[in-house]
Ligand binder design. Sequence first.
Ligand SMILES: NC(=O)c1ccc[n+]([C@@H]2O[C@H](COP(=O)([O-])OP(=O)(O)OC[C@H]3O[C@@H](n4cnc5c(N)ncnc54)[C@H](O)[C@@H]3O)[C@@H](O)[C@H]2O)c1
Length: 359
Amino acid sequence: MFGGVYRNKRVLVTGHTGFKGSWLCKWLNHLGAEVFGYSLNPSTEPNHFDLSNPKVNSHINNIQDLNSVRDFITKIEPEIIFHLAAQPLVIESYKEPLETFTTNVIGTANILETARYIDSVKAVIIITTDKCYKNKECIYGYRETDELGGYDPYSASKACTELVTESYKNSFFKEDNTGLLIASARAGNVLGGGDWTSNRIFKDIAIAASEKEKLILRNPESIRPWQHVLEPLSGYLLLGQLLFQNRKEFAEPWNFGPSYNSNITVRELVNIVKKRWNDIEVEFEKPKIYESKYLMLDSSKAYNKLKWNPVWGIDLTVNNTIDWYKNYYEKKIVKTDDQIENFIQDAQKNKLSWALDVT
Ligand SMILES: NC(=O)c1ccc[n+]([C@@H]2O[C@H](COP(=O)([O-])OP(=O)(O)OC[C@H]3O[C@@H](n4cnc5c(N)ncnc54)[C@H](O)[C@@H]3O)[C@@H](O)[C@H]2O)c1
């Protein structure tokens, strides 16, 4: 997979103790990479990092601290960096706007500034979000060429992260001889087992379904690009491979969204779970903050140029997410490794190039 580039590579994942970061570390373990992590301690109990227990050389410190970031990266000499560490929540960003901007924007600048001086680093993938686009309540998906923006501090911080990334690329890594390529990746709302972060929809659904509690939700008609966590991770890993192989044409921003029919409303998502798990009693509350109604990504560029495609549609995404939480709540079994294997097998059946080793 991924041209075999990850075997024995020194890979740094920032945000490794978080939901997406811990799934990425597990996948990198499968790929034979030597994995390093830089983050804060897990912020919830339980959490996917502790439950899935990836093999990681873990460093716990603040990404805002340039000296600490520099010392760690200088010491470990990574070849590929996936930068996921961030304050990732819209609601939290209203409560702590400065902390959100400092972590997300300065944290990213700290990574790029450090990578400039470390010769071992060949590829940096900066993870932003679908929310980095100026939301015009469009009923079509945003493309990489659309205007950046952000109403709330989280979205604005991620748009700034994109600008910082572009600026570093243009200012310091444009020459052919720098040996370091940078890309950014924008994905949608991820589902998957093991996310207990506040205000994440499936955590609330899973608790309501397993404990038979009432589910309180806001914005039932909001449409979101739901996708399984492994979908964008396959895109990040593919980008990491191509940049490591010095494919300069891929050092750009990329959308990794779901296929069109996975863009469903919050109410439709809950209805699928009600049919397949338990009948949940749902109450919709009036939202206290502004959140966009429509948010979709157009991933045509990734489909056409990277030959990347989603593997699981909305059905398999929801089924696998339910399966993960059911196993955890009913049997204390963690299904992460099995689901990574199943995802890879399905990608191979779908003849996706990253899974077939032909890129
Ligand atoms: N979960 C989603 O639906 C989603 C969607 C789009 C983009 N993203 C992006 O993906 C990335 C990972 O998100 P997630 O859902 O795994 O979030 P998460 O909250 O589960 O994980 C965040 C990680 O960042 C680390 N972190 C936070 N502040 C830090 C700081 N000051 N110093 C060092 N580390 C710090 C945490 O320790 C944790 O490891 C983020 O960049 C987020 O913006 C997530």
